[in-house]
Design a binder for this molecule. Structure first.
Ligand SMILES: O=C(O)C[C@H]1C=CC(=O)O1
Length: 96
């Protein structure tokens, strides 16, 4: 199942720099492991903002929830989720 997920990061302004750096390093390792597994299919920066658009390919809603809830930055992000299905005009074979 494919999901469009938009994440906007809102770190507290008073968070010490080294704490923020540690959380971001954990987030990067977690995100890259999920990309290696094929679960986090696309990860794009939204230009001009501390936000991303991502495409997740997961087994079900519960798996997506588990992945998102375990994001190290989860407590500091606004997240929106939209389910995706194949577009009838798509010419791509790997869109399902
Ligand atoms: O920077 C972000 O967009 C937030 C988050 C998503 C992946 C990652 O490494 O950090």
């Amino acid at each position: 199942m494919l999901f469009h997920v938009e994440m906007t990061v809102k770190l507290p302004t008073d968070m010490p720099g080294e704490v923020a750096a540690e959380i971001k390093a954990k987030e990067k390792a977690y995100a890259q492991a999920l990309q290696q597994q094929g679960k986090w299919r696309h990860l794009w920066r939204i230009a001009g903002s501390y936000a991303n658009v991502s495409i997740f390919d997961v087994d079900d809603n519960a798996e997506l929830q588990d992945i998102i809830a375990n994001l190290p930055l989860f407590p500091y992000m606004e997240i929106s989720v939209k389910p995706l299905c194949r577009h009838p005009s798509s010419i791509r074979d790997d869109d399902s």
